[in-house]
Design a protein around this ligand. Structure first.
Ligand SMILES: Nc1ncnc2c1ncn2[C@@H]1O[C@H](COP(=O)(O)OP(=O)(O)OP(=O)(O)O)[C@@H](O)[C@H]1O
Ligand SMILES: [Mg+2]
Length: 254
């Protein structure tokens, strides 16, 4: 099967106060290039841990994660960070922009690190991304001079600046009001349509219903894998998809 990312028997164990806690319990999953996947499940079920382990941000305890043909467990920390810098983008609930840099500087910094073109080319691409996400006018602003929704758009630009193959989001709409959340999901849909694979953790049925496939985690395992199909642009009224998803989540014991 054509996969961009495949996890097999992925386990993650934390030791807290000498007690072992298994947070990921033999998780196996495959993501195809271009898929738009969300991960749902109760708090503490291991969603963030899954995201961090399949993206190499955290080190798995055992098992295998293959990303574009590379086994992550075989990489040194340095090799892993180079792979992440060039091929993966991250968007979090807490926006994590650097306070002492302006918005455009926050967006370009990882492209400078990756030496992805000349500074002029990088700045031009950053401005294209800002136009695409509707924040052109903020380029020279300080990050204190923007709303939460605008900052999340900037964070998405930052995640896209090195043209990653995959974007990981950990509750990227979690801190936003529903209007901003909808707008951010529209941007993700557009990014996905242009070919980037996306995997988002969310608690929000409305958000998950806009993705193509929903994984459901309980107690460190993937207990369900539901295919909704791609959301079409014209299909902005999401009610039917939300109802189908909700029905499935209830059957899963949500
Ligand atoms: N660094 C850590 N050290 C010890 N335990 C941890 C660590 N990170 C997470 N855990 C534990 O692992 C379990 C899963 O945490 P995780 O953050 O992956 O859950 P989640 O599904 O993302 O929850 P939420 O929806 O609340 O964000 C929790 O019991 C948590 O306490
Ligand atoms: Mg989490």
């Amino acid at each position: 099967m054509n996969t961009i990312l495949a996890a097999k028997d992925l386990c993650k164990t934390y030791v807290v106060n000498k007690r072992e806690q298994t947070v990921l319990n033999n998780v196996s999953l495959q993501i195809k290039p271009g898929e738009f996947v969300s991960v749902m499940g109760p708090s503490g079920s291991g969603k963030s841990t899954l995201l961090y382990n399949i993206s190499g941000m955290d080190k798995m305890t055992s098992g295998s994660v293959v990303f574009k043909g590379t086994e992550l467990a075989d990489l040194s920390e340095k090799e892993m960070s180079v792979l992440r810098l060039h091929k993966m983008g991250f968007v979090f609930q807490q926006i994590n922009l650097l306070k002492n840099l302006g918005i455009i500087d926050n967006i370009v910094v990882s492209a400078y690190m990756a030496k992805n073109g000349s500074r002029k080319e990088i700045n031009q691409f950053a401005r294209e991304l800002m136009a695409r996400t509707g924040i052109s006018e903020l380029a020279d602003n300080d990050i204190t001079q923007a709303s939460g929704g605008q900052l999340q758009r900037a964070a998405i630009c930052r995640a896209l600046i090195n043209k990653p193959d995959i974007i990981f989001g950990d509750e990227p709409t979690g801190a936003l009001n529903s209007k901003s959340a909808n707008e951010i999901m529209e941007i993700f849909r557009d990014i996905n349509e242009s070919g980037t694979t996306i995997m988002l953790v969310t608690h929000d049925v409305k958000v998950a219903a806009k993705t193509e496939r929903v994984l459901f985690m309980i107690d460190g395992r993937i207990e369900g894998d539901y295919y909704l199909g791609k959301l079409q642009a014209a299909n902005n009224d999401n009610i039917e998809r939300e109802q189908k998803l909700l029905q499935w989540l209830l059957e899963m014991g949500w």
